[in-house]
Design a protein around this ligand. Structure first.
Ligand code: CMP
Length: 137
C-alpha cells in the first residue's frame, strides 16, 4: 500500500466542490486514513511550497493557498501517488484530460482545485507537514 497527500484547495472549497471531490476519491477506491479542514497562514503556505520560492508565481500561489480553508487528506491505496495524479489531471486545466478533476472543475492555472504529492519522498514530507501519526485512522 502506498500513501499520498491530497489537498482540496481553497478555490474548490469556495466553489462548493468539496463533496464532488470526496465522492470521486471514494469512487476511485482510495482509503482515507486522515482528513482535516484548515486555513494555512502565509508562512505555512510559503513553507509548503518552498520548492517554488524562486518562481515568478510564488507570491501569488502563497496568497491563494492562504486565502481560505482547504482540506488535507492522507490517501492510501496501491499505486496511490500515480493514481491520484491521474485523477487530478495536468496542472494546467486546459491541458488536462477529459474526466479529470482539473478539467472538470479548475478555473485557472493557479486555481486548479487539487494537489497531489509527486513522489514517495515528497509524499512522506507533505503528509508529515499536515498530520501527526496519532491523527491516522
Ligand atoms: P500544484 O502542482 O498543486 O503545486 C504548485 C502549484 O503552483 C500548482 O499546483 C499551480 O497551482 C501553481 N502553478 C504552477 N505553475 C504555475 C504558473 N505557471 N503560474 C501560476 N501558478 C502556477
Amino acid at each position: 500500500m502506498e500513501q499520498t497527500l491530497a489537498l482540496i484547495k481553497p478555490d474548490a472549497v469556495g466553489q462548493g466542490c468539496m463533496g464532488t471531490i470526496l465522492q470521486r476519491i471514494e469512487k476511485e477506491g482510495f482509503h482515507v486514513r486522515a482528513m482535516k479542514m484548515l486555513r494555512l497562514s502565509s508562512k505555512e503556505a510559503m513553507a509548503f511550497y518552498r520548492v517554488h520560492e524562486k518562481k515568478p508565481f510564488f507570491e501569488s500561489l502563497v496568497n491563494f493557498m492562504s486565502s481560505g480553508p482547504l482540506v488535507a487528506l492522507l490517501l492510501e491505496k496501491e499505486d496511490a501517488i500515480r493514481h491520484w495524479r491521474s485523477v487530478m489531471g495536468a496542472t494546467d486545466h486546459t491541458q488536462a484530460a477529459e474526466g479529470t478533476l482539473r478539467r472538470q472543475l479548475a478555473t485557472a492555472l493557479e486555481r486548479n482545485v487539487v494537489h497531489g504529492s509527486d513522489a514517495e519522498d515528497t509524499a512522506r514530507e507533505e503528509i508529515a507537514f499536515f498530520f501527526s501519526t496519532r491523527e491516522y485512522i
